[in-house]
Design a protein around this ligand. Structure first.
Ligand SMILES: Cc1cc2nc3c(=O)[nH]c(=O)nc-3n(C[C@H](O)[C@H](O)[C@H](O)COP(=O)(O)O)c2cc1C
Length: 261
């Protein structure tokens, strides 16, 4: 079973390819926490790097998983370039459950956080050129049930940047906010939010008519799924209005693939 967490499809595309080649099934991590996975002999965790660490919501979700300690547990982390502490943090969480992480590797893909700053994710599509070779290596090694943790960057800087306090600061700065004047109440943001953190609420406008607008809550994990999926570019991140040309989704993933409800 391949469990995934994905806001813009990079991790979902990797999870799907692994599932196809390893003859496994895929399941969103948000759903997996409610399942009994103790009969699964092989469990893969595919997710993105956030701020050199796991997505803030992931430690709790992984801790809640029902998996057999004898399962072959592996991870493939997607990232813009550096996974920082991800693999070590995940290994520590799994160890607390009596599970040893057998294998890890990373796949570098367009950085979806760059929509608010830095390079446009849609101008990083050249990174996909290197993905097939990396995926072939990963599949080969997983088929052989390799016990190898591939990692490339673990340093004081990534440790410092991956501290919970820094992550909280990042959520505060990057956390998406809705501009009610642009929201048309389509609800796509609420459907892609893995945290069920967005609700539509009635709002009174300048006219008497009441209309629905999206409102974010307190459980944001800064995946930016809502920001990338909004057809009106109604979200701000870092206080900056989203620009359409910077909204990103993995080229082989459709919006409907990312709708969680
Ligand atoms: C809040 C946030 C922080 C990120 N931090 C990092 C990072 O520290 N290092 C990195 O290489 N990529 C970083 N990224 C980029 C994502 O890890 C990358 O684009 C990932 O493939 C997105 O996966 P998804 O499409 O499955 O959501 C970050 C993305 C977000 C949204």
């Amino acid at each position: 079973m391949i469990l995934y967490f994905s806001a813009t499809g990079n991790s979902l595309a990797v999870a799907r390819q692994l599932a196809e080649r390893l003859n496994e099934q895929v399941m969103p991590l948000t759903e997996a926490v409610q399942q009994d996975l103790t009969n699964e002999k092989r469990i893969g965790l595919v997710f993105p790097t956030y701020d050199f660490n796991l997505p803030p919501a992931m430690p709790e979700m992984v801790a809640r998983l029902h998996i057999c300690p004898q399962s072959y547990v592996f991870t493939v982390v997607t990232c813009g370039s550096m996974v920082g502490n991800c693999i070590w943090v995940l290994r520590r969480i799994l160890r607390k459950k009596g599970i040893e992480l057998a294998y890890s590797h990373k796949v570098s893909v367009p950085d979806n956080s760059a929509l608010a700053f830095g390079r446009n994710p849609n101008k990083q599509l050249g990174k996909f050129e290197y993905v097939p070779a990396r995926m072939e290596q990963i599949i080969r090694e997983l088929q052989a049930e390799s016990h190898t943790l591939h990692y490339s960057w673990f340093s004081l800087l990534s440790w410092l940047l991956g501290r919970p306090a820094v992550t909280r600061g990042m959520i505060h700065c990057m956390g998406p906010k809705v501009n009610p004047a642009k929201c048309i109440g389509c609800g796509i943001c609420a459907k892609v939010c893995p945290m069920e953190n967005i609700r539509l609420q009635p709002q009174s406008g300048l006219t008497d008519k009441t209309y629905q607008v999206a409102k974010t809550g307190d459980h944001c994990t800064v995946c930016l799924a809502c920001v990338h999926a909004c057809p009106q570019q109604a979200f701000t991140t870092n206080g900056l209005q989203t620009r359409k040309e910077r909204q990103y989704r993995h080229p082989q993933i459709h919006l409907k693939d990312l709708l969680l409800r």
